[in-house]
Write a protein that binds this ligand. Structure first.
Ligand SMILES: *Cc1c(COP(=O)(O)O)cnc(C)c1O
Length: 412
């Protein structure tokens, strides 16, 4: 296929792409933010659309020759609005962080106050981390989770009343429970703040009704398109008509140059796929698999933050066992499982070491993993956490993982 075309021109890069394909095929992917797109989506991302400059928006472009591009971008906008029940969409953000940056630019002045979830409790860098522009140019107050791992809405309300933020962000990179967007909006209204719902992780579940929607509550909704939504790598911003012009300006010329129209075509295909009944079944299976994985870990004597999950992810809490997230994530790689180390709430370890490992089921479910497979995955993880110094158990675990990969082939 395309690899042959690449190989004729650049064998060095073609070989590396092939190696990465083999890595993906022979690994159980539990990184909660990853997924596998359809071949149609990948194909669209590799088309002539990459050649076209289309600064501006459909019918208001700076360059000529955008008649076809306009149609493609409008299809993507219409589909994503329908999918999430929102009035306006900008499909140009290059990534989730870029989508958030544009909302900040539109809604805030430098040094305005933002209330968002703390990074070590599950928030995202682009929500006000001191190493990100959002934390450098804005005054950030953060909320966390309570001792049970749930958002404490009374605390969020108290912090909002005390600090009078201009923007409140609801949404996380590592929160396994349902987010109450209605309550967040009530809090935002009480203090006159805008509400941004960042559904980067849970977008697929929101689109299929498996997680309550922020539509009707959030002033702005941002998402990535490549996590549970299973599209190409990218971002989207949605809002009401009232904010449409301002948001569009904040994307271009505010924070970006020319849009990636090949990726926008791929996004359009992803939105179509997400409207199909099979995608709803897929998302339902993602949640079932996640619950079974969490329960298997618990049944094997391990802890997960908040004692379970309502969505596609969970965090293995290693504090009781006395192991670090860094060690376990590295050991999992030895048995063909990829996952990332992650802080647990009130983590005694640094963000480079951590006491947790985040696990998600979006990618394995795309491969066709079902509940029985997830029980085996849970068993392998428990083996690694408890018996990593037993070479025989480790070898057996690696074998079990490879068998699961062979049972559910990827990109054949
Ligand atoms: C992943 C994520 C982002 C950023 O997405 P990128 O495409 O990596 O920039 C933003 N917000 C949340 C909550 C995320 O989980």
């Amino acid at each position: 296929m395309e690899l042959d075309v690449i190989r004729r021109e650049d064998p060095e890069v073609a070989d590396l792409i092939e190696q990465e394909l083999h890595r993906q095929q022979n690994t159980i992917e539990l990184i909660a933010s990853e997924n596998f797109t359809s071949e149609a989506i990948m194909a669209a991302a590799g088309t002539v659309l990459t050649n076209k400059y289309a600064e501006g928006k459909p019918e208001k472009r700076y360059y000529n020759g955008c008649e076809v591009i306009d149609k493609i971008e409008k299809i993507a906008q219409e589909r994503v609005c329908k999918l999430f029940g929102m009035a306006h969409a900008n499909v140009q953000p290059h990534s989730g962080a870029q989508a958030n940056m544009a909302v900040f630019l539109y809604a805030l002045k430098p040094r305005d106050k933002v209330l968002s979830m703390d990074l070590s409790n599950g928030g995202h860098l682009s929500h006000g981390s001191p190493v990100n522009f959002s934390g450098l140019y804005f005054d950030v107050v953060s909320y966390g989770v309570d001792e049970n791992g749930y958002i404490d809405y009374d605390e969020v309300e108290k912090l909002a009343v005390e600090n009078k933020p201009k923007l409140i962000i609801a949404g996380a990179s590592n929160y396994p429970r349902i987010i109450d967007f209605k309550r967040f909006r009530e809090i935002a209204d009480k203090v006159g703040a805008y509400l941004l719902a960042d559904i980067a992780h849970i977008a697929g579940l929101v689109a299929t009704g498996l997680h309550p929607s922020p539509a009707g509550y959030a002033h702005f909704v941002t998402t990535t398109t490549h996590k549970t939504l299973r599209g190409p790598r990218g971002g989207v911003i949605m809002c009401d008509e009232e904010h449409a012009l301002g948001i569009d300006k904040a994307v271009f010329p505010g924070t970006q140059g020319g849009p990636l129209e090949h990726i926008i075509a791929a996004k359009a295909i992803a939105f179509k796929e997400a409207m199909a009944p099979e995608y709803k079944e897929y998302c339902a299976q993602v949640v079932k698999n996640s619950k079974v994985l969490a329960q298997t870990l618990i049944d094997n004597g391990l802890d997960v933050v908040s004692g379970g999950t309502d969505n596609h992810l969970m965090t293995l809490d290693l504090r009781k066992i006395g192991r670090t997230g860094k060690d376990i994530a590295n050991l999992l790689e030895e048995v063909h499982i990829t996952a990332n180390k992650n802080t647990v709430p009130n983590d005694p370890q640094s963000p480079f070491v951590t006491s947790g490992v985040r696990l998600g089921t979006a990618a394995t479910t795309t491969r066709g993993f079902k509940e029985d497979d997830m029980k085996i995955v849970g068993k392998i993880i428990a083996n690694v956490v408890k018996h990593s110094d037993d070479a025989e158990i480790m070898a057996k675990s690696a074998q079990m993982a490879l068998e699961l990969c062979q049972k559910h082939p990827l990109y054949k």
